[in-house]
Design a protein. Structure first.
Length: 300
């Protein structure tokens, strides 16, 4: 939603802070220099644009950060090289959940109508947080043909959270290798796994649920995706080879050929008991699998 706000208002940088423990913690950002991130990672209520928007429960606008003399921006804000800036509180039924801030490279006198629209976006994000924070972080795993994308998308819809297709994070080189029937090795998957782990961590920091489809064949791959985060729940789609082969034979439009099933099964390390994965049989209908996962979630 931060990206959508930047695009809609023609802005180049933005932040989302969430209220945690009485302070605002940086949960997401776009085009913020590393030196500035260190400054805005934690914002006290009442300090800077975000802190003031949180304290006053109303938008705070600055026409030009670079020339402003009001004292409202935090020290170091000029290092963003941004000018026109606005911060709006994220409210749900009057309850503060965080602050959404965006900025432009040019000086800008924010029209009230645009500030109101941004406030509506912030309210929508707050409402999404209210319903999605407990959605959980899920990785739907298994070999090719197990139905990761279908089950993952259905599960995300049932939980009211975003679905991410892990294959979209493969590099062009990886896609070319797999398209040619060449199995990926550990090094080929390293950056791919790191990118998915970063996406999971971004959702965790933002307090949002997320479902990711990712083969996650080996234990050490899953350890990368967990990245020390015990909140990541793996869903292992288990199935007989004959069923996997039947599905792959009928699959169209995917870059991974059926010939790679052998290498995937050779790499597969089913989750150990201590990983507490949810195991599902792919012979069951997708709707039944998802219904079972949702029911198990409600019992935890």
């Amino acid at each position: 939603m931060l990206g959508a706000a930047l695009e809609h208002f023609g802005c180049q940088a933005g932040t989302v802070h969430l209220l945690r423990g009485g302070v605002l913690e940086l949960a997401a950002h776009r085009n913020i220099p590393p030196a500035v991130i260190e400054i805005v990672e934690t914002v006290p209520i009442g300090k800077g644009l975000a802190g003031l928007a949180a304290e006053r429960r109303e938008p705070i606008t600055i026409c030009n950060l670079q020339t402003d003399t009001s004292g409202l921006p935090r020290p170091g804000a000029r290092a963003t090289d941004m000018q026109g800036s606005v911060a709006v509180p994220m409210l749900t039924n009057g309850e503060l959940r965080g602050v959404l801030g965006i900025a432009r490279v040019d000086a800008y006198d924010w029209p009230p109508a645009e500030v109101e629209t941004l406030s509506l976006l912030a309210a929508a994000l707050a409402a999404r947080l209210a319903t999605s924070t407990q959605g959980g972080l899920y990785v739907v795993m298994g070999v090719a043909g197990s139905g990761k994308s279908a089950i993952g998308a259905l599960l995300a819809h049932a939980l009211g959270v975003e679905f991410v297709e892990g294959d979209a994070y493969h590099s062009p080189e990886n896609v070319a290798r797999m398209s040619a029937g060449v199995p990926l090795g550990d090094e080929d998957r390293r950056l791919w796994l790191a990118a998915i782990a970063a996406r999971l961590d971004e959702a965790r920091r933002a307090g949002l649920g997320l479902v990711v489809a990712c083969s996650a064949l080996k234990r050490r791959y899953r350890d990368v995706l967990r990245a020390g985060n015990a909140d990541v729940q793996f869903v292992y789609l288990n199935g007989a080879r004959v069923l996997l082969e039947q599905r792959l034979a009928g699959r169209r439009g995917h870059f991974m050929p059926a010939s790679l099933l052998d290498s995937q099964l050779a790499d597969l390390e089913p989750p150990a008991a201590e990983e507490h994965a949810l195991v599902c049989e792919i012979s069951d209908p997708p709707e039944a699998i998802v219904a079972g996962l949702v029911a198990r979630r409600r019992l935890t």
